[in-house]
Design a protein around this ligand. Structure first.
Ligand SMILES: Nc1nc2c(ncn2[C@@H]2O[C@H](COP(=O)(O)O[C@H]3[C@@H](O)[C@H](n4cnc5c(=O)[nH]c(N)nc54)O[C@@H]3COP(=O)(O)O)[C@@H](O)[C@H]2O)c(=O)[nH]1
Length: 573
C-alpha cells in the first residue's frame, strides 16, 4: 500500500506548548502568591496561593487595582519609591503591609517584575509574595529577649544602660536630675535555698510586679539578675522625690506574699545615687547606688540610703572581706570565744555560748557582725557553721575532760544550716565522735529565722529535740513571733534580745517588754535568758522579775577557752 501526503516539522510548536504547560503548572502550584496585572495595573490573574494567603478568590480580584489589598500601613512615600524603582529598573523587592479578606493585616515580602512587549512597552507586572509575619514575630521575640529579663519581663541590664544614657543626655541638655534606686531583697537567698528556686522565682515575679506598679509608666524598672533590681526616675524636682519613691517601694515590697501556700516576707534595701550630684556617667551612678545599697544593708536592711562618697570605702572594705572570707577557713583563721551564761538563782555558770572570731592576718580580730551577714549572702555560712559546730563540740568534750562536766554549750545556727536537712546528721556524728551528752548542747535559732518558715522549722527542731538536744529562740522580741508557732516549737529557752535589757531603767515604760517576755516564757514553761546584761541595776531588776539565766559583760565578755575554764572554776568552785 502506498500512502501519499505532506509532512511538517512540529518540534518547535511542541516544545513551545510543553514550555507553556510547565509555566502554567509552576504558576498553579507555586507556594508563593502570584499576581499579574496589565499595563494599567489591573489584575489579570492570580494563582491559588494568592487566594489561600489573601482569602480572595480570582473572581474577586481580577480587574481590580491591587491597592485594595493594602493595609494602610505602608506609607504613600514608600509606595511612590516602589513604583519609581519598578519604572526605572523593571524590578523591585521589599516589604509592605497588606490586609486579608478577613481583615487581618500582615507584612509580606514581595518581588515585582515588569514584562515588556516587542516595542518595549509595559505589558504586565508580575508580583510574587509571601507572608513574613512568622519571621517578623521571631525577630520581635529575639529583640524582646535581648532587652528584657526572661523571668520577670522587666528591662534587663543592657536596656537599662541604654535608657540611662538617654536619660543622662536629656538631663545634661535640660539641666534635670536622674535618680538610680538600686534595690536588693533582704534574705532572698534564704527563701531560695530553703523553699527551692521555683518559689524564689515566683517571689521575684511578684516583687517585679509591685515595683512596676509603684512607679510611673515613664520610670524605668529593670532587673539586673538574682534579687537585684534598679528603678530609674527622671523629671524629679529635688532629691526628696527619690526618697518618697524609696519609701513607697519599701512599703509595697514589704507586704506579705502568698506563694504556693507559703506566707513569705521579704524587704528591700535601697541605695540611691543622683545625677549630677553623685556621678556624671551611668557607670559611676550604678556603682555609687550599689555602694549606698550595701550601706542600707549594714544599717539594718529594709531601709534606703543616699550615696555618700565615704560609702565607696565601705563597699571596698566589704569586697575585701568577702574575698578573704573565701580562704579564711582553709587557712585556719577562725577561732571560738565562749561567753559564760550565769544561773541567776545560784550565781553559777550554767553554760557558755560559742561565738566565732576571725583572726585576720592583717586586720587582727574581726567580730562576727562584720562577716556573718556576708557569709550568709554568699553561702559560705554553711561550711563556716559546720566548722563552728564541730569545733564547739570538740571544746565541750575538752571542758568535760578538765572536770567541767554538765556544762552546756550554746551554738548559733544559721538559717541555711537549719534548713539544709544535714543538721541532725551532723549533730549525731559529733555527739558520737566526742561522747557528748546531747542535753549539754543548745542550738540557738534567731526569732526571725524560726518565724520565717515556721512549719519547716518545727519539723527540724522536732528531730533535734527527739535526739535530746536543747533549743533556744535567740534575739527574742526583735522579730514578729506568732505565739501559736512559739507553742509548737519544742524549745527550752527564750533569749531576750539585749536591746530590751539595755532599756531597763531608761524610762517609765522601759521594763514593759522585759516583764512581758519573762511572763510569756514562764507561761509557756520555758527558761528566760537575758542577753547583754551590762549593769548591776539591770541584773537586780531581772533577778527580781524571776529571770532564770543571764549573759553579758557584767559577768564576763566572751573569752578564749583557757580563760573561760579559769572563770568557771573560780565561779563554780
Ligand atoms: N550563725 C552564727 N552567728 C554567730 C556566731 N558567732 C556569733 N554570731 C552572731 O554574730 C553576732 C555578733 O556576735 P558577737 O560580736 O560575738 O556578739 C555577741 C556578744 O559578744 C554580744 N554580747 C554579749 N554580752 C553583751 C553585752 O553585755 N553587751 C553588748 N553590747 N554585747 C554583748 O552579743 C552577741 C551574742 O549575741 P547572741 O548570739 O544573740 O546571743 C550575734 O548575732 C551572734 O549571734 C556563729 O558561730 N554562727
Amino acid at each position: 500500500m502506498t500512502v501519499f501526503g505532506t509532512s511538517q516539522d512540529v518540534t518547535g510548536q511542541y516544545q513551545m506548548e510543553s514550555q507553556m504547560q510547565l509555566l502554567a503548572s509552576a504558576f498553579q502550584y507555586s507556594g508563593e502568591a502570584i499576581l499579574i496585572t496589565d499595563h494599567e495595573n489591573r489584575i489579570v490573574t492570580v494563582n491559588p496561593a494568592f487566594s489561600r494567603l489573601t482569602g480572595y478568590l480570582p473572581a474577586e480580584a481580577i480587574g481590580r487595582n491591587p491597592r485594595f489589598l493594602s493595609a494602610g500601613r505602608t506609607t504613600r512615600e514608600e509606595y511612590q519609591e516602589m513604583w519609581q524603582t519598578i519604572q526605572a529598573r523593571g524590578f523591585w523587592q521589599g516589604e509592605i503591609w497588606d490586609r486579608r479578606k478577613d481583615g487581618g493585616i500582615y507584612p509580606k515580602w514581595m518581588s515585582v517584575s515588569v514584562i515588556r512587549d516587542d516595542d518595549d512597552g509595559i505589558r504586565y507586572y508580575v508580583a510574587h509574595f509571601t507572608d513574613v509575619s512568622a519571621e517578623r514575630e521571631a525577630e520581635a521575640q529575639l529583640q524582646h529577649i535581648a532587652h528584657h529579663d526572661m523571668l520577670t519581663g522587666l528591662l534587663n541590664r543592657l536596656s537599662l544602660a541604654g535608657r540611662l544614657e538617654q536619660a543622662l543626655a536629656a538631663a545634661r541638655r535640660e539641666g534635670g536630675r536622674v535618680a538610680l534606686l538600686f534595690i536588693d531583697l533582704d534574705r532572698f537567698k534564704v527563701i531560695n535555698d530553703t523553699l527551692g528556686h521555683h518559689v524564689g522565682d515566683e517571689l521575684l515575679i511578684a516583687v517585679a510586679g509591685r515595683l512596676r506598679e509603684a512607679v510611673r509608666d515613664s520610670d524605668v524598672v529593670a532587673r539586673l539578675g538574682g534579687d537585684e533590681f534598679v528603678v530609674m526616675l527622671t523629671g524629679m524636682e529635688h532629691s526628696g522625690s527619690a526618697a518618697m519613691i524609696a519609701e513607697k517601694l519599701i512599703l509595697s515590697v514589704g507586704d506579705p506574699y502568698v506563694i504556693e501556700g507559703h506566707d513569705l516576707y521579704t524587704t528591700p534595701s535601697i541605695g540611691i545615687a543622683i545625677f549630677p550630684i553623685d556621678g556624671d556617667d551611668g557607670q559611676t551612678l550604678m556603682k555609687n547606688a550599689d555602694a549606698a545599697m550595701y550601706h542600707a544593708k549594714a544599717a539594718g536592711r529594709n531601709n534606703f540610703q543616699f550615696f555618700d562618697s565615704r560609702m565607696n570605702d565601705a563597699a571596698l572594705e566589704r569586697l575585701k572581706i568577702e574575698h578573704s572570707l573565701r580562704h579564711a577557713l582553709s587557712r585556719n583563721e577562725f577561732l571560738l570565744h565562749f561567753q559564760p551564761v550565769i544561773d541567776v538563782a545560784s550565781g553559777r555558770v550554767d553554760g557558755v555560748e560559742a561565738l566565732i572570731r576571725w583572726l585576720h592576718p592583717e586586720q587582727g580580730i574581726i567580730p562576727p557582725g562584720r562577716f556573718i551577714g556576708i557569709a550568709e549572702e554568699t553561702g559560705l555560712i554553711q561550711p563556716l557553721g559546720d566548722w563552728v559546730f564541730w569545733t564547739a563540740c570538740r571544746q565541750l568534750a575538752e571542758f568535760k575532760a578538765v572536770g567541767l562536766s554538765g556544762l552546756k554549750m550554746s551554738i548559733n545556727i544559721s538559717a541555711m544550716q537549719l534548713r539544709n536537712g544535714n543538721l541532725p546528721v551532723l549533730a549525731k556524728g559529733a555527739i558520737e565522735a566526742f561522747g557528748l551528752d546531747p542535753a549539754t548542747l543548745i542550738f540557738e535559732v534567731t526569732e526571725s529565722v524560726a518565724m520565717h518558715q515556721p512549719e519547716e522549722t518545727v519539723r527540724i527542731l522536732d528531730q533535734l529535740h527527739a535526739m535530746g538536744i536543747g533549743l533556744a529562740i535567740d534575739d527574742f522580741g526583735t522579730g514578729y513571733s506568732s505565739l501559736s508557732y512559739l507553742r509548737m516549737f519544742p524549745i527550752h529557752h527564750l533569749k531576750l534580745d539585749r536591746s530590751f535589757v539595755q532599756e531597763i531603767g531608761q524610762g517609765p515604760d522601759s521594763w514593759v517588754i522585759c516583764d512581758a517576755t519573762i511572763g510569756l516564757a514562764h507561761n509557756l514553761g520555758l527558761k528566760l535568758v537575758a542577753e547583754g546584761v551590762e549593769t548591776q541595776e539591770q541584773f537586780d531588776y531581772l533577778r527580781l522579775q524571776g529571770c532564770d539565766l543571764v549573759q553579758g559583760f557584767l559577768h564576763s565578755r566572751p573569752l578564749p577557752a583557757d580563760e573561760v575554764i579559769a572563770f568557771i572554776r573560780q565561779r563554780n568552785g
